[in-house]
Design a protein around this ligand. Structure first.
Ligand code: ATP
Ligand code: MG
Length: 459
């Protein structure tokens, strides 16, 4: 119903366009020069062509070059079968089981080579021994997707028009099947084919739409956008590990602030990251989240790495703090309250999100360092400086200060302290007033030496 309505209103021609063959654009029409292609990708396409196959640079790299951005990585698509690709390159390896790709190595670089794939899922295929290559569930979700095909078919199974561009470094031509070059110029993110069908096949494409729109600063074409709100709940059935990966791509893309705004605008933020729901419904938490996303975006754009653990520590901080306080109120010692809170919050999230346990250690360290920043007398600040996670803990403190969750004065103090001279540091230390009670800190039920006990054991 929705599909028919959308087709009627917006037209749905991008798939039928492919029947006419590719539009081949010369250098003057797109401006991507051979020298902009990674030497390893050049070597790969050249060798495949010399062996008699067709080979193109494809996907995100062509899109990014077209937009004047630096590609993250270069992928190659070819009509050679994986085994044939293997035979062309001495230094290469078959990866994956169900859908094999080949990694071609040049020095330290790797190029991913995929054989053209076909997957239209237009007809439902029963899962049986003979043909289990393309299987869809009753609701149209693509369960398996591993048939080789032509370049036309390969283009058709890609998600967005700007992601279905093929660049031939030898001729410096772009082959397009779905109008991606024009869409890039107009900054439109348009799904290939029928939006309802494509989102049903793979609901993660909805998240990808939000991610690319944010990253590329595109707007989502109205026909592509129209069914998203209604189909958003299909994301509930995506395995949580895949959702987690996709969300981390969005949050660590360098465009997370805009990405989260885009998710909200599309009604996609419910249910994918439960803590995101809670954060976005609360003004204080929102302020903190935006400080965290802003900061992470800046770091990524400056070429630094951003870690999933740090992002998770940010996203879950309020839950953890609330739980910590609740535990303290029941009479637990400060340290026990903290440990229990950290474990409880991480376990709850794991049920919902299946994020890997390997992040737990870092997340807990970042959290447990926070109260140690409040201790600014004696030898403690010096000990904290040499903690292996000092930097991550400090970055987290800065975000808390920006988000209104810690005193700016405290953050500034820790900005100055590491670089200060010995005498300056001495002067900065907060001296306990003789004869007066110890200054009451937040969570001051800690034993005098509690700080050491608060160190987190890595699991
Ligand atoms: P990025 O720069 O963020 O990596 P990308 O376009 O390279 O962007 P990838 O997730 O690396 O994105 O995927 C590579 C290509 O594979 C895409 O350009 C797209 O053509 C295709 N693709 C990836 N995921 C899907 C999907 N869920 N449905 C259809 N096509 C997809
Ligand atoms: Mg990519």
């Amino acid at each position: 119903m929705i599909r028919r309505f959308i087709n009627k209103v917006f037209g749905n021609t991008s798939r039928s366009k492919a029947a006419a063959g590719p539009r081949i654009l010369p250098l003057a029409a797109h401006g991507i020069r051979r020298e902009q292609i990674h030497p390893c990708a050049l070597k790969t396409t050249r060798a495949l062509k010399e062996a008699g196959f067709s080979a193109f640079v494809v996907g995100g790299a062509v899109r990014d070059l077209l937009l004047g951005r630096e590609p993250k990585d270069f992928d190659v698509a070819t009509n050679a079968l994986p085994e044939q690709v293997r035979q062309v390159f001495r230094r290469s390896r078959l990866i994956g089981r169900r859908f094999q790709i080949v990694h071609v190595y040049c020095g330290a670089d790797t190029i991913e080579v995929t054989t053209y794939r076909a997957a239209s899922a237009e007809k439902e295929v029963e899962s049986d021994e003979e043909d289990d290559s393309r299987v869809t569930a009753a609701d149209g979700m693509l369960l398996r997707d591993n048939v080789f095909g032509s370049q036309a078919e390969d283009a058709e199974r890609r998600d967005f028009t700007v992601n279905a561009l093929y660049y031939d470094p030898e001729t410096e031509e772009v082959w397009e099947w779905h109008g991606g070059v024009e869409d890039a110029r107009k900054k439109v993110l348009r799904i290939i084919g029928d939006p309802v069908q494509r989102f049903r096949e793979d609901p993660v494409r909805m998240l990808r739409a939000a991610r690319f729109a944010a990253k590329l600063d595109f707007h989502i074409d109205p026909a592509t956008r129209a069914p998203i709100a209604e189909l958003a709940s299909m994301l509930e059935r995506i395995p949580s590990a895949r959702l987690f990966d996709e969300m981390m791509k969005l949050l660590l893309s360098g465009h997370a602030e805009r990405g989260v705004r885009q998710l909200r605008a599309e009604g996609l933020h419910h249910g994918i990251l439960p803590m995101l729901d809670a954060i976005l419904d609360d003004a204080n938490r929102q302020k903190f989240l935006h400080a965290a996303l802003h900061d992470t975006d800046e770091r990524v754009r400056e070429g630094h790495s951003a870690s999933p653990a740090f992002m998770l520590a940010c996203l879950l901080w309020f839950d953890m703090e609330a739980e910590w306080r609740r535990n303290q109120a029941t009479g637990q010692s400060d340290q026990a309250a903290l440990y229990d809170a950290m474990d409880a919050v991480l376990e709850r999230q794991r049920d919902a999100l299946a994020f890997p346990r390997r992040f737990d250690g870092t997340i807990k360290e970042i959290w447990s360092l926070q109260s140690r920043f409040e201790q600014r007398s004696g030898a403690r600040p010096f000990r904290l400086l040499s903690h292996p996670r000092f930097r991550a803990g400090y970055d987290f403190l800065l975000i808390r200060a920006k988000g209104g969750d810690a005193a700016q004065e405290l953050a500034d103090w820790w900005t100055r302290f590491p670089d200060a001279s010995d005498s300056e540091r001495e002067a900065m230390l907060i001296k306990p007033q003789p004869g007066t009670a110890k200054p009451k800190r937040r969570r001051s039920r800690r034993k005098p030496d509690g700080e050491a006990a608060i160190e987190v054991k890595l699991g």
